[in-house]
Design a protein around this ligand. Sequence first.
Ligand SMILES: Nc1nc2c(ncn2[C@@H]2O[C@H](COP(=O)(O)OP(=O)(O)OP(=O)(O)O)[C@@H](O)[C@H]2O)c(=O)[nH]1
Ligand SMILES: [Mg+2]
Length: 218
Amino acid sequence: MSETKTDNDTGRDFPRSWIFIRGVPAMKFLPPEGPPEIAFAGRSNVGKSSLINALVGQKALARTSNTPGRTQELNYFVPDGHAGTADDLPPLALVDMPGYGFAKAPKAVVENWTRLVFDYLRGRVTLKRVYVLIDARHGVKAIDGEVMDLLDRAAVSYQIVLTKADKIKPPAVETLLAQTLATVKKRPAAYPEVLATSSEKGAGIDGLRAAIMTAIIL
Ligand SMILES: Nc1nc2c(ncn2[C@@H]2O[C@H](COP(=O)(O)OP(=O)(O)OP(=O)(O)O)[C@@H](O)[C@H]2O)c(=O)[nH]1
Ligand SMILES: [Mg+2]
């Protein structure tokens, strides 16, 4: 069994030690459907990989970069210490994804990632919750709306997370939280709570861990 650490506010356990198990360049390479999956989606450079590192408390589990287009496959992370056999599956998997929108890569390559991300989001039976990340400096863009439309149509549960909250003033974070919450309340598959985070400063990370642990038992 993997060690666990406890979130004070919920008493639920979030696994402490995580490993990378697979990078998936196309749908046919997905692992067999098993543990509940929690996926992280968002525009290139929004901070998906950094948020995963903050959640697991490991600085370099997922690769991050200042250059948009760093993550190029669906990357699977699971808690360490599980055999992966039918009677010892990990309790969940975190899935880091390529970004959508602008990236420093050829157009055809970006189109390929975008198709992979959209196909995965639409069709993965064990996908329990998608975290749709929004850069707190930029707010919700048209492509984020398209992703939310897709998730609403596919009835896949998702929750909005603002990233890089350390980059703007607290009142501006509050305003964006309220605006974003008003938008998601009209959306059928959206969880009616928006979280603000900073992977850099650790803000909002405990709350996100707790939300994930709740999502996998729903
Ligand atoms: N100030 C600040 N910078 C952040 C935060 N999160 C991420 N960054 C920075 O933003 C850049 C992009 O972070 P990544 O985690 O690689 O972003 P990503 O969404 O995984 O990017 P792609 O894989 O290219 O789509 C890096 O330079 C990070 O250091 C944050 O909370 N605060
Ligand atoms: Mg990334």
